[in-house]
Design a protein around this ligand. Structure first.
Ligand code: URA
Length: 229
């Protein structure tokens, strides 16, 4: 990073600290596309988080403890999308940190990946009371945030965790069984659906089919990266 780029980063950090988001930049900084190049994807995601983290578009804004933006590699080729934060996630502001999250970490490890290699987010960024399913208005308000995250991260493959996430993203009422094993298109990105880790904790019989899904997810992921299986 050269001195000019360093100055732009400092300017942005100060601007955010003093005024919060959204960020307004003077003409001479925004005028050239090249001038924005010093911002990496991590910066873009941080700016976007800053812009939306006080969201009050739906009533969940006033019941949340924390806005749960997402976590992981800002340039991930593989992105997991859950339904909505649960109690632990709401308290910590990080997706999948409860028991289900621990299981997701173990599954990732089994396919040679770590949480830091992938990106993890939810359809809803705020916890619905008593972990009820997201409603239509909440989805309509929140899904554009997920779309923007996907636009920034540009994953090669999306994995919807659980029927609610898959149904919500694909606007399909099919069973998870019907959706598993297919590759869908979600706004131009390939998407596959598998079991939610919380469902696997409740029903260990699903662990075997879930393992088949994850082996396939690994295959698709490696193929898309041009890597050997
Ligand atoms: N379940 C989800 O769908 N998302 C989380 O972040 C945690 C549990």
């Amino acid at each position: 990073m050269n001195e000019k780029h360093g100055n732009i980063k400092t300017f942005i950090a100060e601007e955010l600290e003093i005024f919060g988001g959204p960020l307004y930049m003077p003409e001479n900084i925004t005028s050239s596309r090249q001038e924005l190049d010093p911002l990496n994807n991590n910066d873009h995601l941080a700016l976007f988080n800053n812009e939306i983290k006080e969201c009050m578009k739906c009533p969940l804004g006033s019941t949340r403890t924390n806005f749960v933006f997402g976590v992981g590699n800002p340039d991930a080729d593989l992105m997991f999308v859950g339904e909505a934060p649960g109690e632990r996630e709401d308290l910590e502001g990080i997706p999948f940190v409860g028991r289900a999250g621990k299981l997701l970490d173990d599954i990732l490890k089994a396919i040679d990946l770590r949480r830091e290699d992938v990106y993890i987010a939810n359809v809803l960024k705020c916890r619905p009371p008593d972990n009820r399913d997201p409603n239509k208005a909440e989805i309509e308000n929140c899904e554009p945030y997920l779309l923007k995250q996907i636009e920034l991260i540009k994953p090669k493959l999306l994995v919807a965790l659980g029927r609610i996430s898959a149904m919500t993203l694909l606007r399909k009422k099919d069973s998870l069984t019907a959706m598993r094993g297919q590759v869908f298109d979600y706004h131009g990105t390939d998407l596959v659906a598998t079991y939610h880790p919380a469902a696997l904790l409740r029903n260990p019989n699903w662990k075997r089919p879930a393992w088949e899904d994850f082996k396939r997810i690994r295959e698709i992921y490696l193929k898309k990266r041009g890597e050997q299986l």
